[in-house]
Design a protein around this ligand. Structure first.
Ligand SMILES: Cc1cc2nc3c(=O)[nH]c(=O)nc-3n(C[C@H](O)[C@H](O)[C@H](O)COP(=O)(O)OP(=O)(O)OC[C@H]3O[C@@H](n4cnc5c(N)ncnc54)[C@H](O)[C@@H]3O)c2cc1C
Length: 397
């Protein structure tokens, strides 16, 4: 569609989704990935109905659906009493209301679906070992500076380069991410290793004082994803560091035994210290724009970071298609549609972390009373803005 391709820094879920969306609209795309290999970490991810709209738009609906496990409910357990607080059914009325299911999927499987589709698309070139250090632009093109010393020319540059985006530092300049002090440990275990009475077809959250445990089945029920978090004021960002089980246990001594014992079944635990950033609207500089975690890194408590990155890709592709060749206007239009929605998820994720995932004592009792006073329809109404949208203004499921 233009003489020069769209350059995308970063080949994560956001970058590959953008590559697919743009290529399907006729743009040439070059993905510049810093790592020597394109891939994802070995853990699970929850995907709301809004992500399924994106899969269809990106032309990978069938492939993505085939990788997913369709859970029956979102289940909230009290990690002190061991009792269920509430569950939100994800059955036919949910699917009908939001036009798609809620599911869980292995990250590598999801990334693989996007990667296969990119590799099969002649308009997309994927380059590894290609860290983007910066850019220059002249009003008609943008040049990405690559670590090798090479410069690549494009009609636009999309910074899909994650939490520590170097392109964001040029656009926003907000330095290091905000360290939440929440330590998250992940493990994926064979289904047989999960206690039989907890092999629920649910995304289960055990919420306790300053800590929580999440588990759900993955990969055709072959494995269970365990994600356990405690708020220990960890001072520095950490990403995927292996840790012994003794460290994981430390934050859960105060919760009910049934929940605590789940940790004993985990193996090969890895640590992430979670970070986010303040929402901002300075995502665009001429022919350069941010996408995914580079634009709106968030705490994981809405389970929406990757879903938002895919929505961004849909919106960006749509705006580029309808810009009549005015790339700068397309990027501003994209930003204008996405900033408030993604900011709402960033801010909301912090709030539900505090008021749903980690409260103690009376605060937890208040949570239980409020959440138990709501009907299934009430929950669906509250989630309408999130799950009922495709991320494109003026369209819904
Ligand atoms: C514990 C946890 C649980 C989560 N659970 C969920 C969930 O259930 N549902 C959900 O939707 N989201 C979830 N998320 C969020 C989700 O993982 C992220 O929002 C999503 O993966 C972001 O994708 P991205 O492509 O924007 O960034 P990334 O995945 O970070 O990809 C960025 C890519 O850019 C590359 N890169 C970096 N710098 C450069 C550079 N200068 N040049 C070139 N390449 C570069 C990196 O190597 C990487 O490949 C969770 C996050 C955490 C931490």
């Amino acid at each position: 569609m233009t003489e020069y391709p769209v350059l995308i820094a970063g080949g994560g879920i956001g970058g590959l989704s953008a590559a697919l969306g743009l290529a399907r609209k006729g743009f040439g795309v070059v993905v510049l990935e810093k790592s020597p290999k394109l891939g994802e970490i070995g853990a699970g991810i929850q995907i709301g109905p809004n992500a399924f709209h994106a899969f269809d738009y990106l032309g990978v609906g069938d492939e993505a659906r085939a990788q997913a496990v369709y859970i029956d409910m979102l289940r909230l357990m009290d990690a002190m009493s061991g009792e269920e607080i509430i569950h939100i059914p994800l059955d036919e009325p949910f699917r009908k209301r939001f036009g798609n299911p809620y599911a869980v999927v292995h990250r590598a499987d999801l990334h693989g679906v996007l990667l296969n589709a990119c590799e099969a698309n002649d308009r997309i070139e994927l380059r590894v070992n290609s860290e983007v250090l910066g850019y220059q632009q002249n009003g008609t093109t943008v040049k990405a500076e690559i670590v090798s010393g090479e410069h690549m020319t494009g009609c636009a540059l999309i910074g899909a380069d994650g939490l520590r985006s170097s392109i964001r530092q040029r656009l926003v300049g907000d330095g290091e991410p905000i360290v939440s002090g929440h330590s998250t440990y992940r493990s994926v275990i064979p289904t047989e290793a999960m206690p039989e009475d907890l092999r629920w077809n649910a995304a289960t959250l055990w919420a306790g004082p300053k800590c929580h445990i999440v588990h759900y089945p993955l990969s055709g029920w072959k494995v269970f994803n365990l994600v356990v978090t405690y708020h220990n004021n960890a001072p520095e960002p950490v990403s995927g560091h292996p840790v012994p089980i003794e460290e994981v246990r430390k934050g859960f001594a105060h919760i009910t035994e049934r929940a605590r014992k789940i940790i004993e079944h985990g193996t090969d635990w890895r640590l992430w210290v979670l970070c986010d950033r303040e929402p901002v609207d300075s995502w665009v500089d001429g022919r350069v724009a941010l996408l995914g975690d580079a634009a709106h890194p968030m705490m994981q408590y809405y389970a929406q970071g990757a879903c938002m990155a895919m929505e961004d890709a849909v919106c960006l592709s749509h705006m580029m298609e309808h810009s009549g060749g005015d790339v700068e206007a397309a990027l501003v239009g994209y930003r204008d549609q996405r900033v408030v929605r993604t900011g709402r998820v960033q801010i909301g994720a912090r709030a539900i972390g505090e008021h749903v995932y980690h409260p103690a004592g009376v605060h937890a009792a208040v949570r239980n009373e409020i959440m138990q006073s709501m009907s299934t329809e009430d929950y669906y109404d509250r989630l309408e803005w999130l799950y009922g949208s495709t991320g494109l203004a003026g369209t819904s499921k």
